[in-house]
Design a protein. Structure first.
Length: 384
């Protein structure tokens, strides 16, 4: 993880990829644990048949959906799906997870040095949810990888004094941030904080914005041509917003549109937008209470599962470190800003283990920096 240890870094990289490929294909044996996996595969197979980014939900047999899901994951999984089936897709996801752990370590090194990098890599490799999602046909693995690239390249752009290197790094960061939005809608929580961070170096901010727009823009243009409406990310946003801010639940929302298929894809959005407006106007206190409960649950999960217990322990260590050294907050501004932005987005929609997992790597990154700081001697004057 240090620049003078090239062979060691290559060895760690190959080990991470090999372990990732092995665990993704053997540790968890059901790649369809979530019903969304079937939708992603259906879109990928539609692409392979030459029908483009579209599919038909089993519950909605009369409606062909063109932008109901974010497109990038099924687009990228289509080729490996054709070449080697689901097994090859999972192997590539495992390899990507292994590379992502190295990216998290690289960010930690930029923030707090080599010791933090080793802690970040170890925590990311041992995190149980990492391998649970790598063995499923889900977009979380791709989204996290893109977010890690965006953050690492942004920090690289701000650290260099070479103008060309700065613009290149910022452009790559922007492209990764834009791609993260096409993988999962909360990718907005990655792009916005990074753009604000780079404003102190305007050329970097312009390069980052340009990279993001270059990658993202074709999708809403395609949706305008196909659906004759501006759809920036996906047409399931209003349903998720309503499901997360009412007592109805996601399953009941699906049942609702199953009996209203004549509304069509855009009609579903308008239907749930109206139901949400009615819910907010008639029960404003309940609406605010639900958001507050979700906001707390995203940071302090209440489910009795190993990952939730570990997140509680991580929160306690992070809090203790920040009390011990308040300067830690300043060093960790980037991961904390991204976590906070995505936390706000999830508090407004749906909260759960799957929706919290894309922020786990940020918690592990912060935890690694905090743990490494405990082994870093403070100046005597500060110690007094």
């Amino acid at each position: 993880m240090n620049q003078d240890r090239g062979p060691l870094r290559w060895s760690i990289g190959m080990l991470s990829v090999a372990v990732g490929m092995l665990l993704a294909t053997t540790l968890y044996r059901d790649p369809y644990q979530n019903p969304d996996s079937h939708a992603f595969e259906a879109i990928a197979r539609s692409i392979l048949r030459g029908e483009g980014i579209s599919y038909v939900e089993p519950m909605l047999p009369t409606v062909r959906l063109f932008a109901f899901r974010n497109p990038l994951y099924p687009v990228l999984m289509s080729l490996p799906l054709a070449l080697g089936g689901v097994t090859l897709v999972l192997m590539l996801q495992g390899a990507l997870v292994g590379l992502t752990t190295l990216g998290v370590a690289a960010i930690a090194r930029r923030i707090a040095g080599v010791r933090a990098a080793w802690w970040a890599w170890g925590l990311a490799m041992l995190w149980p949810a990492t391998w649970s999602y790598s063995g499923q046909l889900m977009s979380e693995v791709l989204y996290i990888a893109l977010a890690v690239v965006a953050v690492e390249r942004t920090l690289a752009a701000l650290a260099t004094q070479d103008r060309r290197a700065m613009l290149l790094a910022a452009g790559i960061a922007g492209a990764a941030a834009g791609a993260s939005m096409l993988a999962r809608s909360p990718g907005v929580a990655v792009a916005l904080p990074l753009l604000l961070l780079t404003l102190r170096r305007p050329p970097a901010a312009v390069a980052l914005a340009f990279g993001a727009l270059l990658v993202w823009t074709p999708w809403p243009v395609r949706n305008m041509l196909r659906l004759h409406a501006f759809v920036p990310l996906a047409t399931n946003g209003q349903m998720n917003f309503f499901a997360g801010n009412s007592d109805v639940g996601v399953g009941a929302c699906w049942d609702s549109i199953a009996t209203r298929q004549e509304l069509g894809e855009l009609g579903f959005e308008r239907y749930f937008a109206e139901r949400t407006r009615t819910e907010v106007l008639t029960q404003p206190i309940a609406f605010a209470r639900r958001i507050a409960v979700k906001a707390v649950a995203h940071v302090l999960p209440t489910r009795r599962e190993l990952t939730s217990v570990l997140l509680w322990l991580a929160d306690l260590v992070i809090l203790a470190s920040m009390v011990r050294d308040p300067g830690t907050i300043r060093r960790l501004f980037v991961p904390l800003a991204i976590f906070g932005t995505q936390w706000a987005i999830q508090a407004l929609t749906v909260v759960g283990p799957r929706y919290r997992h894309p922020t786990d790597w940020l918690v592990l990154l912060v935890l690694a920096v905090c743990i490494s700081s405990w082994w870093t001697p403070r100046p005597r004057a500060e110690a007094r």
